[in-house]
Structures are given as C-alpha cells and as structure tokens.
Write a protein that binds this ligand. Structure first.
Ligand code: ZN
Ligand code: ZN
Length: 401
C-alpha cells in the first residue's frame, strides 16, 4: 500500500465527569464537544500513513499549501485538567488541516466536474445535501454533519482526515477550482497560497454578505479582531466599498496586517482602555457620531466587544457575529430597538457559491489574502511550525508539503 507523510492529532478519550456522552458518541468517538472528552493531546508526524483511495464520488488531491488554523492550535493546547481547548466537533486520531489547496491527482468513477491536473481547494464542512437543514439551504448546519452516529459527514481535519499531508480525499461536491488564481498571480506557488486562504476568507464573506446581507458602498465598517478571519473581513469590506474601516486588535503584527489589507484605522483596545478611552468613543469620533453600519465580531470575546458594539451602532446597523465563545453575556435589547439594529449569528462557509465568489475576488485582484502569510514551513518541519504557532506572533502560518 502506498504511504505518505501526515500530521496527526491524537488524544485520550476520557469523557469529563458531568458530560452526558451519548451511546453514539461512545461508539463512533465522533463527539460534539471536544473540550469535554479529549485529554492529553499530542501531535504525531508520520511518514508511513496510507494514501487514501477515492470512492466513486471522491477526489484525491495532492496538497500544495495548507494553513494552520486557530482550531488546530486549540486541539493541542489544554486547560488545567489536561483537556483540549477546542470546544467543537472532533474525532481523534485525525490528520489535521482544513485550509488548503492542491492539484487533483485522481478522481472516482462518478466524478463529473473536475479532472486530474486541476488546481483546487475544498470546503471544510462536509454537508449531506439531503437532511432538513440542507434542504432549507442551511448547509453549514447540516444535521448529519453534526450527528455523532454518522461517519460519512463531518468536518475536514476535525472528524475526517485533513490536508496536513501529501494527499487528501474529499467528495467532489465540496471542491472548487482555482485555476483562475494562476492567471492572477502568474506563479503556482502564490496561486496555491491564495487558494489555501479561500476557506477562512469565506467564513468572513458568509457572515457579512450571506447572513447579514452586506452593506451599502460608503458604509462604515468595524472589524473586531484581526486574525485571519478578521483580516478577510477587512479585505472584503475594502473590496465592497466601505467608506471607512476601523479595526481593533491587540497583536502588533496583526495590527500592521490589518492596515496592509485595507483598514483605515487600527487600534489596540487594551492600550485605549489604559488611557481611559473606550473603543466605542473612538468609533463615534471617527464616524462623526454616526456609528458603524456594520460590526464584524471576529474576536470571540463577547464580554468585551458586545458592550462596545452596543454603544457604536449606526441607525440600521448590523452586527455579523463570527467569533466563537462558549459563554453567555448580557445583551441590551433596547439599543437594538431604538437604533433599528440587528445581530446575525454566523457559522461556516458553505452554500450560496461563497467559495466561488471569494475565488473570483482573488482572481480579479480585488483582495489579496497572501499578504497575511507571515511564516512558511515545510511539512517535515510541522513540529517547528506548531512551536511557532503557539507563540501567536504570525498572521498566518502556511505549510508546503
Ligand atoms: Zn479554520
Ligand atoms: Zn445535511
């Protein structure tokens, strides 16, 4: 059997006392809340992992670039009891990596739209297309994807072997061609780097344009958190004609990147507060007292951001909420009434041709996400790459098999 290189996360299956594990979870080990089940995680780099074989509806892809995501880092970081930080759907051991691009190596017998040699990327959400949620158009909320009893659907690099490897298989229906990026960049190297950033950028696109319905050109946009998703949001806001873009971010590297991709104003909220200035005051000052027409929350810190957002909403303002935080925070509904404002919860990146639109924006040069890559490693140096990732000094770290 042919073998390949692969970066795997494994951990002890040790459901926390108090976590009501279902019989399906016990049986399949596809668990809904990873941080309540997986203990003592480790990263394992293997060179003898079997190369997957595509089923009739699947595509085998030779990976060319794969990014390290915050969730990958949270698989390996633990709390005081040794449990992983990542709170969502997981099934270990698994080859990690879900932000990637590559070349089609081989296709299953039922594959129609792609062929060997095509440059592609893939969605990370493995939706079924047949459950009630999918048939309503809500692919990101697929019932089978989230069903511990179902092993066909799930998430790439979370429950199904991902792309931090020489090869990965995915169903054809999740694959998007990125040949157009080669025309834009003129170099395969760069085109694959851009292709590996379609997924995180699509998360921002989905929240701002599908869920929240977008904004009118000239609108004031505020982006909370300038990690890869926030940087995608800033790039998209710029491309969509925002009047002013304001971002709040604590990391100096990411502050610089925020400016590079289009933010007009970037502030460190902690510094502001130290000087007795509230972030919302800055927003009101910059917008001439009008407030933000759209807030994008990509920080996952509602206890800090929501009070600021509530004080700086324009009349008719929208809040596109992307950042995840497993906690409750108080909300002041009155503001949403008198400011005619609305909050949109958002998850995922599938549906509505979102990947396709992001690829078009990249191919047209309207957004250039390759600017956010600040470190590159060979796959063989995956341990070193993660050592650096834990320090959080980068925009994006990309691995090149
Ligand atoms: Zn991710
Ligand atoms: Zn479904």
């Amino acid at each position: 059997m042919p073998t390949m290189r692969a970066a795997i996360v494994d951990a002890e299956f040790a459901p926390r006392p108090g976590y009501e594990i279902t019989p399906e979870e016990m049986k399949t080990r596809k668990v809904r809340e990873g941080n309540k089940v997986w203990r003592n995680p480790k990263l394992i780099y293997r060179t003898d992992y079997p190369v997957p074989e595509p089923k009739p509806d699947e595509v085998l892809i030779r990976v060319k670039a794969v990014g390290i995501c915050g969730s990958d880092i949270h698989f390996l970081e633990t709390d005081e009891d040794g449990y992983i930080i990542y709170p969502g759907l997981t099934k270990f051991p698994v080859v990690i990596g879900h932000e990637f691009s590559g070349v089609v190596e081989k296709v299953g017998s039922a594959v129609r739209w792609v062929k060997p040699g095509d440059m592609v990327t893939s969605e990370e959400m493995f939706w079924c297309g047949e459950c009630d949620a999918c048939r309503a158009g809500y692919f990101n909320h697929c019932l089978l994807l989230n069903d511990p009893g179902n092993l066909e659907f799930g998430e790439l690099g979370f429950t199904h072997d991902g792309a931090m490897a020489d090869y990965v298989v995915v169903k054809e229906k999740y694959v998007w061609k990125i040949d157009s990026l080669l025309d834009r960049y003129g170099s395969e190297e760069k085109a694959f780097e851009a292709g590996s950033l379609v997924e995180p950028t699509s998360v921002a696109y989905h929240a701002m344009f599908n869920r929240a319905g977008g904004f009118k050109p000239g609108s004031y946009v505020v982006v909370w958190g300038a990690g890869p998703i926030g940087l995608g949001a800033i790039s998209l806001a710029k491309a969509a004609g925002a009047g002013k873009i304001i971002s709040f971010e604590v990391s100096p590297v990411r502050q610089e990147l925020a400016k590079k991709v289009g933010a007009d104003y970037v502030f460190n909220p902690v510094e502001l507060l130290k000087n007795d200035i509230q972030p919302w005051e800055k927003i009101m000052e910059i917008t001439g007292g009008k407030g933000a027409d759209m807030h994008v929350e990509a920080a996952g810190a509602p206890q800090h951001t929501l009070p600021q957002i509530q004080r700086s909403l324009a009349i008719g303002g929208k809040v596109a909420w992307i950042g995840r935080a497993p906690r409750e925070v108080p909300i002041y509904i009155e503001i949403f009434q008198v400011r005619r404002a609305q909050l949109f919860g958002s998850q995922g990146h599938s549906g509505w041709r979102t990947f396709g639109n992001v690829i078009r924006l990249m191919a047209a040069g309207r957004i250039d996400m390759t600017k956010i890559i600040t470190s590159r490693f060979k796959l063989d140096d995956v341990y070193k790459a993660f050592e650096r990732a834990h320090k959080r000094i980068d925009g994006k770290i990309t691995l090149k098999p």
